[in-house]
Ligand binder design. Structure first.
Ligand code: S3P
Length: 178
């Protein structure tokens, strides 16, 4: 087994990048468990991400997310981990991801991201108050350094089908020598 096979496959990127969809399919192909940190936070608290933002604010969510990232990264079994879009803002999260995983940034333009999140805006509290595309442009500018700092690999998803993206991720991970 290659060294990469022992590491988690960690997917990062903005809301709408396709982390959950692509992650689940990668997990099937690699025959690994799939972990989505948003779903872990929801399972641990019995509340939706939107409810946590409303009742405790973003800081409460980030703390719960930090624990979910740490737990997933600590798994002795190699996983496919989809991280919420803001998980990379925490330097400890970035360090954990890079230490235990091959980190893949699913990159997309703000307009592609906006088109993909249209159908479930209520689940995304950060996009609720302003125009989604405008906010995704702002977040792209703000977070690009954190995604760059966390990622071993960048996969551009604009103009790619989900299946193409999965193939690209798996091919890049196979080639990666971290
Ligand atoms: C967030 C992204 C969301 C979720 C929360 C905050 C962000 O996850 O963690 O709403 O800060 O970008 P997805 O990227 O899976 O939508």
């Amino acid at each position: 087994m290659s060294r990469e096979a022992q590491r988690h496959l960690v997917l990062i990127g903005l809301m709408g990048a396709g982390k959950s969809t692509v992650g689940e399919l990668c997990a099937q192909q690699l025959d690994r468990p799939f972990v989505d940190t948003d779903r872990v936070v929801e399972a641990n608290t019995g509340r939706s991400v939107a409810e946590i933002f409303t009742s405790g604010g973003e800081a409460t969510f980030r703390s719960l997310e930090h624990d979910a990232v740490a737990d997933a990264c600590a798994s002795p079994q190699p996983l496919v981990i989809s991280c919420g879009g803001g998980a990379v803002l925490d330097p400890e999260n970035r360090a954990q991801m890079r230490a235990t995983g091959v980190v893949v940034w699913l990159r997309a333009s703000p307009s592609s991201l906006a088109a993909r999140v249209q159908h479930n805006l209520p689940d995304r509290p950060l996009l609720a108050s302003t125009g989604a595309e405008q906010e995704l442009e702002r977040l792209t500018e703000l977070r690009t350094p954190a995604y760059e700092g966390a990622a071993h690999i960048v996969v551009d998803t604009d103009g790619r089908t989900v299946a193409d993206t999965v193939d690209a991720v798996l091919a890049e991970v196979e080639r990666c020598t971290v």
